[in-house]
Design a binder for this molecule. Structure first.
Ligand code: ARG
Length: 572
């Protein structure tokens, strides 16, 4: 297959529209949404009829006469003011299932491959990673996995905050702590707090900290070694969390802010030379007409502070140059908190104007809302502090362990721990990924760990149910074809065939929740099939075919959850 179902139907309906003199009319194929409308609905005829001042039903009749869906659809009808409802033929869907069973890529077509930079996780290394970075890490990782599966080349970039005045303070404090023989870096959060306290309270220390900033920037060997040491400890801490989360970010994916230091003066000079950056109150500023302030004047985008310091914005401009000029990216995704939306819009606009981002390179801010507590307020610890990611994941596993223990009292403790890890971490990730990322979302242990509804445990459980079917099978023909006789089988095969569509939507919209919704729908269709169609109690080729449907469902669930970075288990 080189097209998804939607693409195939789109091609055919457009050909029919062209044959009745509507060559540019879009077909507008959508999943029908209701059984009486068939499987897919073409909505493009109405628009085409309007453009030609024709009766839409009349035009639909003409289109229908030209529409060639032989071997694909079993029923094509006109409905309402000119919809075309399409029901796919069981034999055709069976064919797609058989193909998916044998194809290395499960029948998912590869679009023209792109090189995609995914900038994600990107915590500030001065502090410990907190829940705010959880969303970026999880969403970014899922997108990277989906894009790779679709044949794209993904370059992960962990744009960590590893530069700035805080690091002067931290290295100054590290010098003090090491002199005192203190193994200060075991708790980064605590270390940061103590350093900050010294900075605020002790003038001598604060002066030393400022000297350290200058030394760091000037390349002083001792201060640089301490800075490196600090970064290393902080990155180790991140990596422990990535491992726990099953996130694939590696040390070589780290390209922090400091990597762009040498390019920052070049960027500012270039913006000046291009007449984009001008001096304003001692700072270097770009006035962007596209963005107005409340007085209707062009907004100032600062690229160099008064006093010569560079900013987050300058670094991001340098990063665009690197991603275009060195990495040759076709597409760059910035998986960053929605509150930074204005920064990205301005930075993208300026990157285009300055010629840093060629027209063919797509720049996309993949924003997301904040995580809220069950009280609807930003997620905090009981005492009001920021929640450390490590603590949160620990709690997830503990809660899942308690749940698993309730269900399987006889199970050995190690086995329970393995399940608890998959379920606990899976639940946290899935709860995040299954919501439209643009909205804030409420973090609720009870709903994410529920075995009912659109949750990780529900899907993981659905998978184990199929696995248990296979444990009860003694023999079956593992190469038997899928044959569809029953409507529940047909619906399941249709759901299976939609995997490609779901992935395509995720990749295009950069929205993982479409894959979650898809997997939930697939599991639901499977449960319906399993109730309507006996599998182990049926016989001969029907039994083999149904087992093959089970097999493909299990594989699709496992692959789909895997693309979300969620583990499946054979038993739980
Ligand atoms: N370190 C930043 C933060 O924690 C996120 C960086 C995102 N990436 C970027 N290229 N700006 O807010």
């Amino acid at each position: 297959m080189n097209q998804t179902l939607i693409e195939l139907l789109d091609t055919r309906v457009r050909a029919a529209l062209a044959a009745v003199d509507c060559p540019d009319a879009p077909a507008v194929i959508q999943p029908a949404g209701r059984p009486e409308f068939g499987d897919y609905q073409a909505n493009g005829v109405m628009g085409a009829a309007k453009a030609r001042k024709m009766n839409p039903r009349q035009l639909a009749t003409e289109v229908l006469a030209k529409l060639d869906l032989a071997g694909i659809a079993s029923k094509v009808e006109i409905a309402g003011p000119g919809f075309i409802n399409i029901t796919l033929a069981p034999e055709y869907l069976a064919g797609l299932s058989n193909l998916a069973l044998t194809d290395a890529n499960m029948g998912v077509p590869h679009p023209p491959a792109q090189r995609v930079v995914v900038d994600y996780s990107s915590p500030n290394l001065a502090k410990e990673m907190h829940v705010g970075h959880l969303r970026s890490t999880i969403i970014g990782d899922a997108l990277a996995r989906v894009l790779r599966f679709m044949g794209h080349e993904v370059i992960a970039q962990n744009h960590v905050g590893d530069w700035g005045t805080q690091f002067g303070m931290l290295t100054a404090y590290l010098i003090e702590a090491e002199q005192a023989g203190d193994v200060a870096l075991s708790d980064l959060e605590d270390f940061y707090r103590r350093a900050k306290q010294r900075f605020d309270e002790d003038e001598v220390f604060a002066t030393h900290a400022r000297e350290c900033v200058v030394k760091l920037q000037g390349g002083d060997a001792q201060v640089n070694a301490l800075w490196q040491k600090f970064l290393d400890v902080s990155l180790h801490h991140c990596e422990a969390l990535y491992a726990k989360l099953g996130v694939g970010l590696k040390r070589e994916d780290v390209r922090g802010e400091s990597a762009y230091n040498d390019d920052l003066p070049v960027v500012v000079a270039d913006l000046q030379a291009k007449g984009l950056a001008v001096e304003s109150e001692g700072a270097q500023v770009v006035f962007l007409d596209e963005f107005k302030n409340k007085d209707g004047e062009a907004q100032a985008y600062i690229v160099q502070k008064q006093g010569g310091g560079y900013l987050y914005a300058t670094t991001d401009l340098a990063a665009v140059r690197y991603r275009a000029g060195t990495l040759h990216a076709d597409r760059v995704l910035y998986v960053v908190d929605a509150r930074q939306a204005l920064h990205f819009q301005q930075m993208f606009t300026l990157s285009r104007k300055a010629g840093y981002a060629p027209a063919g390179m797509s720049l996309e801010h993949v924003g997301f809302g904040v995580m809220l507590g069950e009280d609807g307020k930003p997620f905090k610890t009981r005492s009001g502090g920021t929640v450390k990611l490590a603590d949160l994941l620990e709690e997830a596993e503990q809660r899942a362990y308690a749940l698993v223990s309730e269900k399987n009292q006889e199970m050995p403790a190690e086995e329970r721990a393995v399940i608890a890890k998959a379920v606990g971490i899976g639940a946290v990730k899935y709860a995040d990924l299954s919501k439209n990322r643009n909205s804030d979302y409420v973090f609720s242990w009870d709903s994410m760990l529920s075995f009912e509804g659109n949750t990780a445990p529900y899907l993981q459980y659905a998978y184990t149910r199929i696995a248990s079917v296979f444990r009860r099978v003694e023999t079956f023909d593992t190469r038997a074809p899928i044959i569809i006789n029953d409507e529940a089988e047909r619906q399941l095969a249709l759901a299976l065939a939609r995997f490609a569509e779901a992935l395509q939507t995720v990749a295009r919209e950069t929205m993982p929740h479409f894959l979650c919704a898809y997997l939930y729908e697939l599991a639901t269709q499977f449960m319906r099939f399993y109730e309507a169609c006996p599998v182990l109690k049926s016989e001969g080729s029907v039994r083999d075919s149904r087992l093959r449907l089970c097999e493909l469902t299990a594989r699709t669930l496992k692959t789909g959850l895997g693309l979300l970075g969620i583990e499946t288990l054979e038993q739980m």
